[in-house]
Design a protein around this ligand. Structure first.
Ligand code: GLY
Ligand code: MN
Ligand code: MN
Length: 414
């Protein structure tokens, strides 16, 4: 669990980054319509959650800064018995005052009046440029006289790069649940089943362990379906000779896990094994490069080299390694990156470059995925027939440590 004190410290760090006479606003997410009057399950905005830990909609955070004087106000929806009968209990102003270590808690109905008041004393407003349009409209009403609008998102996203101890514990918990789900799927008899039956097993284990949701729509892709990178139909029958690519991770208390395993319905044949071994060897070698000050682009470069050499050996590519890499011929079979930041979002919205455009080096406490893959379309006539229709990805979640790295998902069988 993240303590209220940790949230308070984050707000203080954020306030320090704001210019000396400014107001910053962060809004909660709103419900999104699924069909007619039904909604998708609510998911809080990650930046708002990072600063508050508050899971309700119709809330906002206001930080008012005047030189060294900082005031933090949290706005929450007011208690409303009628609404609560239908939609569940609200925390309300009184309890929020007890829970949150902010200077003031007010109800959301007061938000506009307060915003107007504080904007009279400053000309600088920070807000998240990716906000819902309706929220931007509210801000614009008061922001006409402003000299500057600034995007608050990059300031928070930079803070989110390095995870705290408490955050890492939540990621570990998410990965542990995901481990149980993948293991359960590996152990179930798969012959004669459909992709959706495997998906159901994953979702059952996630939910049974109190995971709020999946961190992204799970992928259960047999045979050639694995060559669609974000295949989410998950509704085809499995054949005994096929492989299944399973890319699935739960979200636990807002923290993601992101794991891919490629397994066989019954057992691997020789060509499936050759491709699998190439991807696995690549993953293992690339992981060994991870330590503070290493760079993601160097990992990608090495993955490209290893996969290209391997594909040349298997007769999937032809020519010289150097030329194949220069002409990016590998991209047809390895079209994505080696991995991405992971945290409150599966693709954590953190920067990859500093403000000068230089690539960020790894630092203790960062979390990223390492996920090489090879995807050979079933209709690709340039490739020996035995490899066609096979798609393989292996993905683990890695914590950068002081001395190197920890593979947080190493207990999930490969
Ligand atoms: N599951 C999405 C990804 O691996 O990036
Ligand atoms: Mn990933
Ligand atoms: Mn994934």
């Amino acid at each position: 669990m993240i303590s209220e004190n940790e949230y308070k410290k984050r707000r203080k760090r954020l306030a320090k980054k704001l210019s000396s006479n400014s107001v910053a606003v962060l809004f909660s997410s709103g419900y999104k319509t699924r069909s007619n009057d039904t909604q998708y399950p609510f998911r809080q905005n990650s930046n708002f959650y990072y600063m508050t830990g508050f899971k309700e909609d119709k809330s906002a955070l206001l930080i008012v800064k005047k030189k060294d004087d900082i005031k933090v106000i949290l706005f929450v929806a007011k208690k409303d018995k009628k609404q609560e009968l239908w939609n569940g209990k609200r925390l309300g102003e009184k309890k929020a005052k007890k829970r949150f270590l902010v200077d003031e808690v007010l109800v959301m109905d007061d938000f506009e009046v307060q915003l107007k008041k504080y904007l009279q004393a400053t000309k600088e407003l920070y807000f998240d440029f990716l906000l819902d349009y309706s929220k931007v409209k509210i801000l614009k009403r008061y922001a006409k006289t402003l000299s500057t609008h600034k995007n608050i998102a990059p300031l928070i996203q930079k803070m989110r790069l390095v995870k705290s101890h408490a955050e890492i514990e939540l990621i570990r918990k998410a990965i542990n649940i995901t481990k149980e789900a993948h293991t359960s799927l590996m152990e179930m008899p798969k012959s004669g089943k459909n992709e959706y039956e495997l998906l159901a097993e994953l979702e059952y284990v996630f939910k049974k362990n109190g995971a709020y949701s999946d961190a992204y729509t799970s992928i259960v892709a047999c045979a050639n379906n694995a060559n669609t990178l974000h295949y989410i139909e998950n509704n085809k029958p499995l054949k005994d000779t096929e492989l299944i690519l399973v890319d699935a991770g739960c979200e636990y208390e807002y923290y993601a896990s992101d794991i891919t395993r490629t397994i066989a319905v019954s057992q691997f044949n020789k060509s499936q094994k050759e491709l699998y071994d190439l991807v696995l060897a690549t993953q293992l070698e690339v992981m060994e490069m991870i330590k503070p000050h290493a760079k993601r682009s160097d990992l990608q470069k090495r993955a490209v080299e290893l996969l290209t050499v391997g594909m040349l050996r298997l007769g999937i590519l032809k020519g010289s390694v150097k030329k194949l890499i220069k002409k990016e011929k590998y991209k047809k079979y390895y079209p994505h990156g080696i991995g991405h930041w992971m945290g409150l979002d599966v693709h954590d919205e953190c920067p990859y470059k500093d403000t000068d455009g230089n690539e960020l080096e790894f630092k203790e406490g960062m979390v990223l995925t390492i996920e090489p893959g090879l995807y050979i379309d079933k209709n690709d006539k340039n490739v020996p027939k035995k490899y066609r229709g096979i798609g393989i990805r292996i993905e683990d979640d890695i914590l950068i440590t002081k001395g190197g790295y920890e593979n947080l998902s190493k207990a999930i069988a490969k």
